[in-house]
Design a protein around this ligand. Structure first.
Ligand SMILES: Nc1nc2c(ncn2[C@@H]2O[C@H](COP(=O)(O)OP(=O)(O)OP(=O)(O)O)[C@@H](O)[C@H]2O)c(=O)[nH]1
Ligand SMILES: [Mg+2]
Length: 421
């Protein structure tokens, strides 16, 4: 199996909790607050690595979690930041947010990175909450939860040239002959089960990357043969070399083979059918090939045709030079541009429940609701900062259930604060 599409779940580290502590000093019965902040949770990062060719590692493990931040400690010591988790993916991996389908990144360069889940901020320790009216706060903030999401990973190989054609046309033989890549060659259809990239070096110090792809058959666009899965790798090539078996023993007449494969491209993605394409008329060492070549030349006047044989090597240099010349004129492939991820709404109704998310939700989750003093301080600050009013205008009434993360609260607005700012 060739793994080029799958889903994984990533969870960044939660922030560490802030600490409640007080200084203990000689002769001072009750020192000032000295609880340190929690450390930041680790991010989950995807990094493109040119040494990888498939997404197979993710077939065995689907859930990934970065380290959480350390909790704050006494004497104003800040908790340790959680370590980032770096997941390596092959170059050419398109990363999408599974829920929205939005493109998060297209990792087209070796070493390119993207943060796919941000670690939570550490909670502030009680030292930060001391005010002139409350010099010894006995509460601290909780760490913010790390982001989590399902990702869709899709590998779309990057190559300058894609070899297309029916099974057995000689695509792998050609790549074998012109590069150091050694795809398997055999006398039966569907020998190649996964794409193979090879670097073709020309004498002049020029080089390009050629992709050998599994053969296409009728119905490939709809999933026949190895079809559909591999067509996505052709999408990111700049030039197509259509390999045809010109011999009289070919499974299909070359003209018909040419039409069948192009129809599959057209049905899969019309843009692919318009991609620059030249013909490698292969197996010219075999009987019947000359006659077929004459017919091909007569019918396909719009295409450049290069007769060759991967057995004798004849005709191959001419093809390669033409490919190199065309590549010099063709624009480089452009990576997908990331979409902006849909912002999570801060307030939304789920049936009778008012859900608080986004930045406001994160702020509220940082409150240590179990601690009565923290709860009182939070209620006061929510009222002053207008949050309570926002909830009311969103339709919250006393008794409404409010959900933040996995916690639920009953809305109990403070009395007599109508009309406050
Ligand atoms: N005589 C002759 N045989 C060739 C030539 N090119 C390829 N072949 C033979 O054709 C058969 C198929 O070649 P492959 O390179 O495996 O064909 P492919 O297009 O990669 O086929 P799939 O991977 O199945 O799609 C093998 O037996 C090759 O030896 C050629 O120029 N002349
Ligand atoms: Mg092959």
């Amino acid at each position: 199996m060739f793994y080029d599409y799958l889903k994984i779940h990533v969870k960044a580290g939660d922030g560490g909790d802030g600490c409640v502590a007080f200084r203990r000093e000689k002769y001072v019965p009750f020192g000032g607050p000295s609880g340190g902040d929690g450390g930041k949770g680790g991010d989950v990062i995807l990094r493109a690595d040119a040494r990888l060719r498939t997404l197979i590692d993710f077939h065995f493990q689907k859930h990934f979690k970065a380290e959480r931040g350390g909790h704050g400690q006494g004497k104003n010591r800040t908790g340790k930041n959680g370590r980032d988790l770096v997941l390596r993916v092959p170059v050419g991996t398109v990363v999408r947010d599974a829920a929205s389908g939005a493109v998060i990144a297209d990792l087209v360069e070796d070493g390119q990175e993207v943060v796919v889940a941000r670690g939570g901020r550490g909670g502030r320790g009680n030292a930060r909450f001391a005010t002139s009216t409350n010099q010894a706060p006995r509460y601290a903030e909780k760490g913010e939860p790390g982001e989590e999401r399902w990702l869709e990973l899709e590998l779309k190989l990057l190559a300058d040239v894609g070899l297309i054609g029916l099974p057995n046309a000689g695509k792998s033989s050609l790549l074998n002959r012109v590069s150091a890549a050694r795809p398997r060659v055999a006398d039966y259809p569907f020998t190649t089960l996964e794409p193979c990239l090879g670097v073709v070096r020309l004498a002049e110090g020029e080089s390009f990357v050629m992709a050998d792809l599994p053969g296409l058959i009728e119905g490939a666009h709809a999933g026949a043969g190895l079809g559909h899965r591999f067509l996505r790798h052709i999408e990111r090539t700049r030039l197509l070399v259509h390999v045809l078996d010109m011999s009289s023993t070919a499974a299909m007449d070359p003209l018909r083979a040419f039409a069948v494969v192009n129809r599959e491209l057209e049905l899969y993605n019309p843009e692919l059918a318009r991609r620059p394409q030249i013909i490698a008329a292969n197996k010219m060492d075999l009987p019947g090939s000359e006659a077929n070549l004459q017919r091909l030349r007569g019918e396909l006047k719009d295409y450049e045709i290069f007769p060759l044989s991967t057995v004798t090597g004849e005709g191959i240099p001419a093809l390669l030079h033409r490919v190199a010349a065309l590549l010099r004129q063709l624009p480089p492939p452009c990576p997908l541009t990331p979409d902006s991820l849909p912002e999570e709404p801060e307030l939304r109704w789920e049936g009778e429940v008012l859900v608080i998310g986004g930045e406001l939700g994160r702020r509220l989750l940082a409150i240590d609701w179990e601690n009565p003093e923290a709860r009182r301080a939070a209620a006061e600050s929510l009222r002053r900062s207008g949050v309570e009013r926002r909830l009311k205008s969103a339709g919250a009434r006393p008794g409404t259930v409010i959900r933040i993360g996995d916690r639920e609260f009953i809305f109990t607005p403070a009395e007599g604060n109508e009309g406050e700012q």
